[in-house]
Every structure is written in C-alpha cells, then in structure tokens.
Design a protein around this ligand. Structure first.
Ligand code: ZN
Length: 520
C-alpha cells in the first residue's frame, strides 16, 4: 500500500471517531510573504493527494487552503524598494504589491502564480483568506475565549520560555491609526471585553474586543484555534514547525483545553531540493516556484515527483539534464502500466499523478524533443518535418510535452551544450577506413530513414565494416569501433565529440544536409 492510502485510512477512521457523518476536512496553510516555492507546494500537494484518495473511496472531503494573509509583513526582501520599510508590521493584504505588479497588494501578488499553478496541476481547494475571516469577525468568539483562557495558554508557553513575560495576551491589535501591529495591550477587562492598547506610532485607544475586528491571535494560538474552528483532521507541516516550543507542539497542548478540539493528524514533510536551476530563468531570484517548473515539465510529471515519495523523504526537482532521466523513468512507468505489468504501488503513484489531467497524445521521449528543439532552434516547419518522421502528424499531438521541452532548451540548456550543425563540411583529414564507414552510412540513409532504422544503421556500420551481418551481437571490439564511429559522425555534423543521440540527430539534421556533411 502506498503512503497516500495509509494516510487516507488513518484520516477516515479518525474523522469517523471525531465527527461521524461529517465531511472530512484536510487543510493546508500558506503565507504569501514572498514567492511560494516548490518546497511549499508540498504543503498543498500532500493533503490534496490524501483528500483525493478519500473522495475516490466515496467519502465527502474538503481541502481547505488557508492563506495567512493577515500575518504581519516582517521585512523588506532584497530587491524591493527600501521605502517598503514603512509597511513593516501591517498585514500582507495592507502592504502595496512590489513595484510594477498588477495585483492590489503584497498578498495577492504572491498568491496569483500559485493559484495558476494549482489550476494547471488539477488541485482544487477551498481557499480561505485569513484577512477576510478576521476582519469579518468570524473568529470573535474564539478570540474572546483565548483571551479568557490566556493564563492557561501562557502556562503552556512558559514551559518553553527562558525569559519572564510580565502580562501575556494571545491577541494583538493592528493599530487603527497606522495599521501596524507595533501595539501593546495594556489592559483587558473580561466582563466588558474592553481592551486598551498603545502603539509605537503614539496612538492609543480602548476598544470593545467583542466587536473590534482589527487584530489577530498570535500564531501559536491562531493555528490551534483554526484546527478547532474548521474541524481539521489532516494537516501536514514543514520541519520548522516541529521543534520543541513550536506552534505544532504548543498548539497541540492548547487546542484541547482552550478550544475543545484535537490536533489534526499531521505528518512533517521534508525538504524539496532543486537541481540545476539556471540563473537566467529564475526571475524571482533563487528558489523556483511551481509555475516555473510547469514551464518545463507536464503537470502529471510534477505531481508524480510528489506522489511517489513519502512526505518525510526529501527529493529534488530537476531543472538540469537530470530532467531527461526522470522523464525516461516516467515514460517507462507509463509503458509498464499500459502493459499491465505495474506493481500496485506503481499503479497508485501513476494514477495519482495523472489525476484528471490530459496526457500528451504522442508522447515522444523528452530528451529527443529537447534535442530536436535544440537543433531546429524553434523553426516550426522544420520541427514538423522531423516529427513527421517520428509518426507525429501535427505539432498539437506532441503538445504540451513539446512546448515544455522547447522551453527547457530555451531557458535551461547552457549555451556551451547547445548543438550547432556545421554550415559547411569539415576539413578533418580522414583515413580510408573512416571514408568507408561514412559511405556505408550515407548509402543506408534512405532505406533506414526512421528512428529504429537509423539506430540499426549507425550501430551496424562498424559491423558491416568488420564483415559481420547488421544483427550480429556486440563484442568489446565492436563497441570500441562504434564509439569511434559515433565520435567521427558527431565531429563532422556538429564539430564536437558528443551530441544528442545519433539517430535523433540525423533525423533532425535531415537527409540532404547529412549527405552534404558526410560525403567524401
Ligand atoms: Zn500605530
């Protein structure tokens, strides 16, 4: 059984115990404080996969995505105008978006690319803006309860504290004058709910907390409050939330006594790394975001990377040549499933990855598409000519995979690794034996002009030269001769010792030009 099924079992049983007959609630939480990178995607993908499995079993299940957009703006990131300093302490929804953005505020600016990526990935969530919840007064009762039980909360927090705190309040108002949270609660009366605060800006007032909707619970009280409010049964979180005294630990101690609920089932998820993201394409400066990965890989492949690893296993998303190997693995899995040879865990990971998404109709190997895109440098007519030789009748049949491979070449393939077909025949001096091998290749082109045919031909030329039939088995001597022959062909076609797979290269260069470059 795969990890998703195991969690689905556990969550379904737990939900039945906690709230029989009610829709099962899985949750994710994201902060739109900056770019939401591929590691954060695990926060959404993990509950999505579990919720999807629960629904497949016929249960009603809700996947909430809580946007922590009412959290305070903490610091001005590098690259942003230092004048944004004045907004530190305001909720993200009250901070202007970075210069040049089309979005109304900081939070919306960073939410938008993730919302688009979730759509492309087939992930449906019920999004909740914490700004909307707090400012509409949805949590009034919960806030009053946390304030009434503040000594209990303080006692839990004190277990992890080293310094003394004079008077603890789990609630902080945003100043009604300057909108920042540089406020200090100076008095609170439980009967009247009158709360007095002062702000660093000099402002101060007394408000009635029962009707004042301009502040929020501090994170360690906020998170457990929402577990209770939403009835969350499953919510994973990152490693940073699992240390002693962290919100997950403290929240688990607070949620029962203060809010009368239980902590969700919540696996800790591990790091998602990146290999080879080239500087030129990372517009966001650093860790790529899901929409950048989706530019170079199909949504089912990206889903598969997350589905096939347990949450506590780390893995990498490849932006470099490694993407070819991952695509080969994915295609091999697809063939295995199609032939009915897949193991149950393989079948599960594959179906979770594909989900309801369409697959590329004619899925040619990604590395081949990348080679062709590299050689044709985006010439659509040439591209279609080559793909026709591979059994594709329209470019659309090869999409979206073709577009992703083209984008990979354009943004990730280093200039030094690009393939440039020589404009003129090379003047490399050739031995008689080399001339003979080229003659055998050129003479066989017409008859073998397909991927399989050319594969047989290029491996076969050294065999013919040795007086062996085309289908004779490889020997160590033959392998050496093949390597030398391939290197010769590469030098004459692209001026390097290596290049894209030779049959692909020959098809891409085209029969006329191959003849011109190899005939001696
Ligand atoms: Zn103020």
């Amino acid at each position: 059984m795969d990890w998703v099924s195991k969690f689905a079992d556990e969550v379904t049983a737990e939900a039945e115990r906690r709230a029989p007959g009610k829709p099962i609630v899985c949750a994710s939480g994201l902060s739109p404080s900056g770019p939401i990178h591929l590691g954060n995607l695990r926060e959404v993908m993990t509950p999505h996969l579990v919720a999807d499995e629960i629904r497949r079993r016929g249960h009603e299940c809700v996947h909430l995505l809580s946007w922590d957009d009412y959290d305070r703006f903490r610091k001005v990131p590098a690259g942003i105008d230092p004048s944004w300093e004045q907004h530190i302490g305001k909720p993200y929804t009250s901070v202007p978006a970075p210069p040049g953005s089309e979005h109304p505020n900081w939070a919306e600016h960073f939410k938008a690319p993730l919302v688009d990526a979730l759509d492309e990935l087939g992930i449906e969530v019920r999004a909740i803006s914490q700004t909307d919840m707090y400012t509409s007064g949805a949590y009034r009762e919960q806030i009053l309860r946390a304030m009434a039980r503040r000594h209990e909360i303080d006692e839990v927090l004190a277990q992890y504290r080293t310094a003394e705190v004079a008077e603890y309040y789990p609630y902080r108002p945003y100043c009604t004058e300057c909108e920042r949270d540089l406020t200090k609660v100076t008095a609170y009366d439980e009967q009247s709910t009158e709360l007095a605060y002062t702000c660093a800006c000099g402002f101060g007032e007394t408000v009635r907390l029962a009707t004042f909707d301009h502040g929020k619970l501090v994170w360690k009280a906020d998170w457990p409050m929402r577990w209770a409010y939403e009835g969350v049964v499953f919510e994973p979180s990152g490693a940073d939330h699992h240390s002693p005294g962290s919100a997950w630990v403290v929240g688990g101690q607070i949620v029962g006594p203060v809010f009368g609920a239980e902590r969700p089932i919540g696996p800790m998820y591990a790091f998602v790394g990146i290999t080879g993201m080239s500087k030129m394409s990372s517009s966001k400066g650093g860790v790529p975001i899901p929409s950048e990965a989706l530019e170079i890989m199909e949504a089912p492949l990206l889903r598969w990377l997350y589905a096939r690893r347990r949450p506590n296993q780390s893995f990498n998303v490849a932006f470099d040549q490694e993407i070819h190997r991952i695509y080969d693995e994915w295609d091999a899995l697809g063939r295995k499933i199609a032939e009915g040879r897949g193991l149950p865990a393989d079948e599960a990971a594959h179906s979770r990855a594909v989900h309801t998404l369409p697959l590329t109709q004619k899925a040619l190997p990604y590395r081949m598409l990348a080679s062709i895109a590299d050689i044709t440098t985006g010439d659509q007519e040439q591209l279609l000519r080559i793909l026709r030789d591979m059994g594709v009748s329209t470019l659309d049949e090869a999409r979206p995979r073709l577009d992703k491979a083209q984008r990979w070449v354009a943004t990730q393939l280093p200039a030094d690794d690009r393939t440039r077909v020589l404009p003129q025949p090379s003047d490399e001096p050739l031995s008689d034996e080399q001339r003979e091998s080229l003659r055998l290749l050129v003479e066989g082109l017409d008859e073998h002009w397909s991927l399989d045919g050319l594969t047989t031909l290029v491996y076969g030329v050294p065999k013919l030269q040795a007086g062996l039939p085309l289908d004779s088995p490889a020997t160590p001597e033959l392998k050496t001769a093949q390597r030398e022959f391939f290197a010769l062909v590469y030098r004459l076609l692209v001026g390097k010792e290596t290049g894209p797979r030779l049959p692909t290269l020959l098809l891409a260069v085209g029969v006329e030009r191959v003849r011109k470059l190899l005939s001696r």
